[in-house]
Design a binder for this molecule. Structure first.
Ligand code: MLC
Ligand code: AMP
Length: 506
């Protein structure tokens, strides 16, 4: 029996082959049969071009029905799909296609001038463009070939996707996710979130991260649901389509932005049976105001690239603000001290996870993977939290300085490295400070010679870092606070400047 997750998808959507799957505003709906066939023709092109199971297909493409068809093509052919944030600059993309040793690189037609040379330098064998309107060289080639309907028989532990994350040391690492990881997490979520006939998912999330590509889309596919497939989050668009949906998944910024619209309220949400939130902490104030305004209690859940969804507030039971609920079925969560010894209930420690959802490791970094796994097979998440006596988990922070801005991870080291290359900059410290819209905003504390200006810094990194990583505030200081060991005290910077974004005219 094959463990290719595409087999599971096909079994679920086969009885609904001709029903709507991706409904993009302004376009005719694509049925499951449309995307199934489209993915089979893309798989045929990739196979004819020599791609073999296990090869990495790196894609920096806009959210579209064809992007999903490419993802399915990779799954069915046993290729490793490597989606990249569309905000990454050409320089960042060069790192990823090199590190992944990409065999194929698919990018938006509009970025060809910048990215084709990057692919050439990296020695990528096959490059294609793929637009949002069935345009681009890959789409055109796929339109000329017969579908390749076979689905490669996979083992559970075969790698299906690789997503870059956790760059605490300044560079992201490729988290490998297997067919079994994705299948177990998708089936668990489909069950605990009570997906049912007739559910329609409103999908404003990007599809280059776990949340939008796996957590949201896989639940819908396993339910053969129709997906209202928005190109990005926009308050007016979301409000317009909520009445056509029954489920929406989002990051906290989505909910705070909806609440910032004074006209948003219960009438918008009359058809919705579940809102979920994750990828970053949901402020209890947002949780409570959302309930007051709409009558809905957001279901907060906790996940990460390396583990998919780990815990969720209960579908029927009590959802408590500031908590992330209980472990999914077959997932074990424990809170431990520095010696990997479980702490008492309600005591704070490091969150560790074990289960079919946990990834096998980082691409070509076995030592890093080993370092994060305990002797008894638990993954050290790097998150700090506590578990109540009934197992309900609360996340209170992270043991790294990682910033989560609007649901995207930003690694301070990656930003500091770029800023410190600017002439006249002596040193920097990048931290996340409370931000009314993004949850945390990237702020850079800079020690520099007098002639260095903020504009110099912004210009220097404009083409080197994705915009979401670029500091939204620059604070020039004479020196950085240090402890007795000489280590910069970022906690002090966060504490002393916690109001910085609240004071800015955002
Ligand atoms: C965009 N910008 C951001 C940003 N997104 N800056 C910081 N943080 C972000 N997340 C930049 C833009 O480039 C723009 O710069 C400026 O900020 C304002 O843009 P905007 O129009 O307000 O941003 P928008 O395009 O609306 O995007 C904001 C957002 C988006 C919150 C809608 O970031 C988003 O959809 N986030 C979801 C991320 C996600 O899917 N995370 C899941 C990770 S998986 P300029 O200069 O051009 O104005 C995971 C596991 C799990 O964590 O548990 O789920
Ligand atoms: P990523 O590496 O992009 O998958 O981000 C995963 C990280 O997001 C986790 O390790 C947590 O730090 C954070 N995270 C995800 N969901 C939540 C949540 N509900 N509450 C707090 N932090 C969260």
């Amino acid at each position: 029996m094959s463990h290719n997750i595409f087999e599971l998808f096909a079994q679920r959507f086969a009885p609904h082959h001709d029903t709507p799957f991706l409904s993009t505003p302004g376009e005719p709906s694509y049925t499951y049969a449309d995307i199934d066939r489209r993915s089979a023709t893309i798989a045929a092109v990739l196979a004819e071009d020599g791609l073999r199971p296990g090869d990495r297909v790196v894609a920096q493409i806009e959210k579209s029905a064809d992007a999903v068809a490419l993802y399915w093509a990779c799954l069915r052919a046993g290729l490793v799909y490597v989606p990249l944030n569309t905000a990454y600059t050409a320089e960042e993309v060069g790192y990823f296609i090199g590190d992944a040793e990409a065999t194929a690189f698919v990018f938006s037609p509009g970025k060809a001038a910048k990215l084709q040379p990057i692919g050439d330098i990296a020695g990528v064998e096959r490059m294609y463009t793929l637009g949002t309107r069935a345009n681009g060289t890959l789409a055109e080639a796929a339109a000329q070939v017969a579908p390749r309907t076979t689905v490669l028989a996979c083992e559970p532990e075969d790698v299906a996707c690789m997503l870059y994350t956790s760059g605490t040391t300044g560079r992201s690492k490729g988290a490998m996710l297997t067919h079994a990881n994705l299948a177990s997490n998708g089936l668990a979520l489909h069950a605990i979130w009570r997906f049912q006939d007739g559910d329609v998912l409103l999908h404003p999330l990007p599809i280059f991260h776990v949340h939008g590509l796996f957590v949201a889309l896989h639940c819908a596919i396993l339910n053969a649901s129709n997906v209202i497939f928005l190109s990005k989050f926009d308050v007016d668009d979301v409000r317009g389509y909520l009445p056509s949906a029954t489920v929406m998944m989002g990051v906290p910024t989505y909910y705070s932005r909806l609440l910032a619209d004074p006209d948003f309220g219960a009438d918008d949400c009359a058809t919705i049976r579940m809102f979920t939130s994750g990828s970053a902490p949901l402020a209890p104030s947002v949780f409570r105001e959302f309930t007051l305004r709409t009558g809905h209690t957001i279901c907060e859940r906790y996940g990460m690239t390396e583990c998919g969804i780990i815990t969720s507030n209960p579908p029927e039971g009590q959802r408590i603000a500031g908590t992330v609920g209980y472990p999914l079925p077959k997932v074990e969560v424990r809170v431990c001290d520095d010696d990997d010894e479980p702490v008492e209930a309600d005591e704070i420690g490091g969150v560790q996870v074990k289960g079919p959802n946990v990834f096998p490791g980082y691409w070509q970094l076995p030592d890093k993977t080993t370092e994060l796994m305990t002797d008894d097979g638990f993954f050290r998440t790097g998150d700090i939290g506590s578990a109540a006596s009934d197992g309900r988990l609360t996340i209170v922070g992270r043991n790294s300085d990682m910033i989560i801005s609007g649901g995207y991870n930003v690694y301070p080291k990656e930003v500091e490295i770029q800023l410190e290359e600017v002439d006249g900059v002596v040193e920097t410290a990048v931290v996340g400070l409370p931000h009314p819209d993004f949850g945390e905003g990237v702020a850079a504390f800079v020690v520099a010679k007098p002639d260095v200006t903020e504009a110099d810094l912004r210009d220097a990194i404009a083409d080197r870092l994705a915009k979401f990583k670029q500091p939204k505030a620059y604070i020039f200081v004479d020196d950085l606070p240090r402890n007795a060991m000489g280590k910069v005290q970022k906690a002090a910077l966060r504490a002393d400047h916690s109001e910085a974004f609240a004071l800015l005219d955002l």
